[in-house]
Design a protein around this ligand. Structure first.
Ligand code: GDP
Ligand code: MG
Length: 171
């Protein structure tokens, strides 16, 4: 039996959401920007602390108004995506393109304090381009989700798919 965790990746167009997901799952990065037009669900399997989880990673196309609370996130993006009732959805704020850090307009420390202290969310900076902190950010998110009991109904194990090359990440 394997448990399923659902993750919605949301944010402004062009910030690197699809790149983060594809780097995480396929170790693949493209400089070419292909805007995401339809929602797409990736289904990788991961092993965290000796337990196997199936992830449903939802890559969301641009949305008109940005959600400002976790309940809005739930309603806007997850809708039918996650079955069953909602608990407080853990939010991890990700600052991507860390490799371009010379062009940043706000010091990392200031962003981190704002996100953690004021928004009460986790904060990780990463670079999808150089695969820097990409596994870490999913690991952080999963850690919070598992600790908060966000796991969903058990699904039957799909070992065949999970053990294919590049489909199972050991964190
Ligand atoms: P999305 O619209 O949020 O899904 O953004 P994409 O993943 O499609 O990426 C948008 C553009 O940013 C693409 O041209 C990527 O090559 C580029 N990009 C994504 N992540 C990084 C990164 O970490 N560093 C740099 N320098 N460019 C990135
Ligand atoms: Mg995209």
């Amino acid at each position: 039996m394997v448990e399923t965790l659902s993750i919605a990746v949301i944010g402004a167009p062009g910030v690197g959401k699809t790149s983060i997901i594809r780097q995480f799952i396929y170790n693949d990065f493209s400089e070419v920007y292909t805007p995401t037009r339809t929602r797409y669900v990736y289904r990788p399997s991961v092993i965290l602390n000796g337990n196997m989880y199936e992830l449903k990673i939802l890559d969301v196309p641009p949305i008109s108004s940005f959600p400002s609370s976790s309940s809005q996130v739930s309603r806007l993006c997850l809708g039918n995506f996650i079955r069953g009732g909602f608990k407080q959805v853990p939010i991890l704020v990700v600052g991507n393109k860390r490799d371009l850090q010379r062009q940043r307009f706000m010091p990392r420390r200031a962003v981190s304090v704002l996100v953690k202290k004021t928004w009460k969310c986790g904060y990780v900076e990463c670079s999808a381009k150089f695969n820097w902190h990409v596994v870490l950010l999913f690991k952080e998110l999963l850690g919070i989700a598992v600790a908060r009991g966000m796991r969903q109904n058990h699904t039957s194990i799909r070992l065949q798919g999970a053990l294919q090359r590049n489909r199972c990440t050991i964190m």
